[in-house]
Structures are given as structure tokens and as C-alpha cells.
Design a protein around this ligand. Structure first.
Ligand code: SF4
Length: 144
């Protein structure tokens, strides 16, 4: 993968768990292990939304996480891209009719890339990041 001129820096991602069962988290961890090694392309997880270009959200957004999700989204600088990882964030998944949900994610913040699955495989997550990167390149190009 080659970064274009319009997006000439590493791609940093911040992960937010909005109430996931931890299955999607395990696949995210698998995606960043040496087997796939996305860091060789400059793609890595960071500890602060203020440093991130991409927000990875897992889970169906339980009521107590709603305001935190909104706050994390607002803390990210533009241009930014939101990736919804897993069936829970897309539709509520197995928890879709729970009394405790404020989600799915796109009811709360705009989602740019959906990665389906319960949980999605690491290959699908990495493919989603590539799609997110293409979207960021477009946004950066429009800004330039
Ligand atoms: S999509 Fe599946 S694996 Fe991911 S948080 Fe929901 S139930 Fe868990």
C-alpha cells in the first residue's frame, strides 16, 4: 500500500468500546499483531482521540457510553473517519432489542465505514482501514 501525496502521514486509529462483548476487541488485537503487521504501513492504535485520524467503534452503544462516544468523536480533529466494527455497532446485533441501548452507532455519530461480522475477521478489519484511508485521502485532497 502506498500513501498518496494528499495523505502523506501515518494513519493513526483510536479504539472505543461502546459496550461490546470483547469479541470484536480480540479481532482488532489480532489485526495488529505481527502476523499482519499493519504498523509497517504506518497504521497503528493510539491512546488519545486527539491524535487519531480514524475512530474504531465496537459494540452496540449502551446508554451509559453514549455521551462518552460523542465526546471522543468531538475530540478528534478534522478530517476524521469513523469505522463501525461488528454487527453490534451496525444494528445492535444480538442485543438489538435490549432496553439498555441508545445505538446503533450511526444513530449517534456519522459512520463512514462498516465492517460486518460477529466478530469480523482481522482481514476484514484491515480492509476496512484501507477503505477508511481512501476516504481520508479524498477529504485531505478536498481540503488542499
Ligand atoms: S459483533 Fe459479535 S463479537 Fe462484536 S461485540 Fe457484538 S456480539 Fe461481540
Amino acid at each position: 500500500m502506498k500513501l498518496t501525496k494528499s495523505f502523506n502521514r501515518s494513519l493513526w486509529a483510536f479504539h472505543f468500546n461502546s459496550g461490546s462483548c470483547n469479541g470484536c476487541e480480540i479481532e482488532i488485537v489480532a489485526a495488529i499483531t505481527p502476523r499482519y503487521d499493519p504498523e509497517r504501513f504506518g497504521i497503528k492504535l493510539v491512546g488519545s482521540p486527539r491524535h487519531a485520524d480514524v475512530l474504531l467503534v465496537t459494540g452496540p452503544v449502551v446508554r451509559k457510553m453514549r455521551d462518552r462516544l460523542e465526546r471522543v468523536y468531538q475530540q478528534m480533529a478534522d478530517p476524521k473517519v469513523v469505522m463501525c466494527i461488528g454487527a453490534c455497532g451496525t444494528s445492535g446485533g444480538p442485543f438489538y432489542d435490549s432496553y439498555n441501548l441508545d445505538g446503533p452507532i450511526d444513530d449517534i455519530i456519522p459512520v463512514d465505514v462498516y465492517v460486518p461480522g460477529c466478530p469480523p475477521r482481522p482481514e476484514a478489519i484491515i480492509h476496512g482501514v484501507v477503505v477508511a484511508q481512501q476516504k481520508l485521502e479524498r477529504l485531505e485532497g478536498e481540503k488542499a
